[in-house]
Design a protein around this ligand. Structure first.
Ligand SMILES: CC/C=C\C=C\CC(=O)SCCNC(=O)CCNC(=O)[C@H](O)C(C)(C)COP(=O)(O)OP(=O)(O)OC[C@H]1O[C@@H](n2cnc3c(N)ncnc32)[C@H](O)[C@@H]1OP(=O)(O)O
Length: 430
């Protein structure tokens, strides 16, 4: 209420919008101003601008700005760092102050020779390098450096997983015990659960690529670290039903470590190279899509260690390949099957020549998905999983209920008007 008792209208204050960062006319120079959402920063002109769309447009067309565009256009797709360097000509020593909008300022000291390098910090990876042709240094002269700040991966530190953000809204979850062929130990089960639980609600994550470090994707269950079996089987009680309850809970916890991948509303693309064994099949069967390298091979190996696979392969794999007879053959025999066979049965949808091209392809598709409405994409995932497990009419009912809310999303209006105007829509974080 206002002073005179009348209801005051809320004033709309335009604030910096994340989607501007990826819009074509602004993407190479626009940055946030940390702590001031009503301002924006142009790294070409080194000046602040009012964070309003029309002001940004006006600025991008201004003579001053056009003159400030570097001759050598520097790709700064995700650049978020504002940089500014002071150098001491005599000693060739320099100090680069890296202002990171994701946290406080950083200062980088070093010598000219060291200027090109990657720095990993809590806020992500900075790639700091000198732009060719702009190497002259003088006191207080601003040296342009290319600084790509990948979106933050703060809070994603795990012993058995490495999380990076190769592009905006994309996270790469990499199994990271290469010396042990990414075998799944006790820490891994906790890490993967915590990681996907966090990714599920992270507005900076729209798509996930799941890959493995080193020689192969994964050797499955860690056979040498028998903590799992010890903890599953150890019990103070001699009573078999009490023991069984404990084991049941343990298995369900392990199952949940992979279920979270499927429950995560963001699409997950498995990028498999070389071997994918046992628990690896359980895990990638939870993913939305599977790509692999030419040298990839797969094995439902549990039968060879005296187990019926219990973390989802028997439930999900046959639904993916739609061939019950072949699925049973693979599960009963533990026979290896290669990339070609995996593609022919529909377990993977693409084969790439090697690991690099595999990751490139996965990230490219991830980028395409990440550019779509996150409301729509997540709706597709949730409803696809639901429909797999329910009848057509139950699925339709769930879908109708879902969209009775989601059709009201601003994304629908944005997407439709962008389609009419032949423009690329930019969607807010979800
Ligand atoms: C409640 C149950 C829940 C889940 C159940 C899941 C079931 C399964 O996952 S069944 C599948 C179990 N896995 C296996 O049977 C694979 C065994 N490993 C191999 O066959 C081979 O190691 C290989 C994976 C084919 C890799 O061969 P290679 O490239 O020649 O490397 P290696 O020299 O053999 O191994 C290198 C290094 O990794 C360690 N290692 C490999 N696999 C595992 C594993 N499954 N568990 C633990 N450690 C593994 C191996 O010991 C070597 O380590 P060093 O320290 O260098 O000796």
């Amino acid at each position: 209420m206002g002073k005179n008792g009348k209801e005051e209208k809320k004033r709309y204050v335009q604030r910096f919008r994340q989607e501007w960062l990826s819009m074509k006319p602004f993407s190479e120079w626009l940055h946030e101003v940390p702590g001031d959402s009503q301002k924006a920063y142009c790294s070409f002109c080194k000046c602040e601008i009012i964070a309003k769309f029309h002001q940004l447009t006006k600025h991008s067309e201004a003579k001053k700005h056009i003159n400030a565009i570097p001759d050598q256009t520097v790709p700064l797709p995700l650049a978020k760092l504002l940089t500014n360097a002071e150098t001491n000509q005599k000693s060739k020593e320099y100090t680069i102050k890296v202002r990171n909008p994701l946290s406080e300022s950083d200062t980088y000291n070093g010598f000219e020779e060291e200027i090109h390098e990657e720095e990993e910090s809590e806020d992500g990876i900075y790639i700091v390098e000198r732009i060719e042709g702009q190497a002259q240094r003088s006191l207080n002269k601003v040296i342009s450096i290319q600084a790509k700040a990948m979106t933050s991966t703060t809070g994603y530190e795990f012993e058995t997983l490495k999380i990076t953000s190769p592009k905006q809204f994309i996270k790469n979850v990499e199994l990271n015990r290469p010396d042990k062929r990414n075998a799944m130990n006790t820490t891994f089960w906790k890490d993967i659960y915590n990681c996907f639980t966090k990714l599920s609600v992270d507005p900076d994550c729209r798509v996930i690529v799941l890959s493995g470090a080193g020689k192969m994707f994964t050797a499955g269950l860690d056979l040498y670290e028998n903590e799992i079996f010890k903890s599953l089987l150890s019990s103070d009680s001699q009573d078999s039903s009490r023991k069984s309850f404990k084991i049941l809970k343990g298995i369900q916890e392990l199952q949940e470590s992979f279920n979270v991948i499927e429950k995560c509303p963001k699409p997950v693309i498995a990028a498999v190279h070389n071997g994918c064994i046992g628990g690896g099949i359980d895990m990638i069967a939870c993913c939305d899509m599977r790509y692999c390298t030419q040298d990839a091979w797969f094995q439902i190996k549990e039968v060879d260690i005296g187990l019926a696979a219990d973390l989802g392969t028997l439930q999900r794999f046959p639904k993916i390949i739609g061939n019950d007879s072949l699925y049973r053959e693979l599960a009963y025999t533990g026979r290896k099957f290669d990339a070609e066979e995996a593609k022919s049965i529909g377990f993977v949808s693409r084969i790439l020549p090697d690991k690099n091209t595999l990751l490139e392809a996965a990230i490219l598709i991830a980028e395409q998905i990440a550019s779509k409405s996150p409301v729509a994409v997540q709706g597709i995932k949730v409803n696809s999983v639901y429909s797999r497990d329910h009848g057509v009419y139950q699925g339709l009912e769930y879908m109708a209920t879902w969209n009775s809310t989601m059709l009201q999303s601003e994304d629908v209006g944005k997407a439709v008007s962008a389609a009419i105007q032949k423009e690329t829509p930019v969607f807010s974080k979800l």
